[in-house]
Design a protein. Structure first.
Length: 168
């Protein structure tokens, strides 16, 4: 794992700047174009995020204890297939769709994207086995008040530890 500190504020700022440029250049009314970029559009934020930081699992905001054990194992041990890079709050519903709707309406700004990313962009590394226990993998719990990004994990008793590399 990396030992370099990561500034959440700077990371969110760079992610916001890049996402704003991307969304403002999309040809929203071109149906064939939209079908062609669908997968790239859905993966844009995550792929950009991965390129901003070093090491997929070392840049998560939180780790489960079991995921951390796997990450701290010998580097020669294959970690592939054992861990999940998990959006703690579903990015599609709480970040991507609102940003796309604002972009289509010509109402998207840096501040609007930044606010959504600051509130909802949290990533966890958990094990494949732990992922199976997340009953709400693509939705937040019914009683969620849009504020506790740890809610899905609390409901399944997956304890997460904050990654000490992040500066908040």
């Amino acid at each position: 794992m990396s030992s370099k500190s990561i500034s959440r504020k700077e990371t969110i700022k760079k992610l916001t700047e890049t996402y704003l440029i991307f969304l403002q250049t999309i040809q929203w009314n071109n149906e064939l174009y939209m079908k062609g970029i669908r997968e790239g559009k859905n993966k844009f934020l995550s792929n950009t995020y991965l390129h901003l930081c070093e090491g997929k699992y070392s840049i998560v905001n939180y780790h489960s204890a079991n995921a951390l054990l796997i990450l701290n194992q010998n580097k020669e041990i294959n970690k592939s297939g054992k861990l999940v890079f998990e959006h703690m709050v579903p990015k599609d519903k709480y970040i991507q769709k609102p940003c796309e709707e604002m972009a289509k309406a010509g109402e998207l700004t840096f501040d609007k994207i930044y606010d959504l990313l600051e509130k909802y962009w949290f990533i966890a590394a958990i094990t494949k086995e732990e992922e199976k226990t997340l009953k709400t993998s693509k939705v937040m719990p019914a009683d969620w008040g849009n504020d506790d990004y740890l809610a899905r994990y609390k409901n399944t008793k997956i304890e997460l530890v904050q990654n000490p590399l992040w500066i908040y």
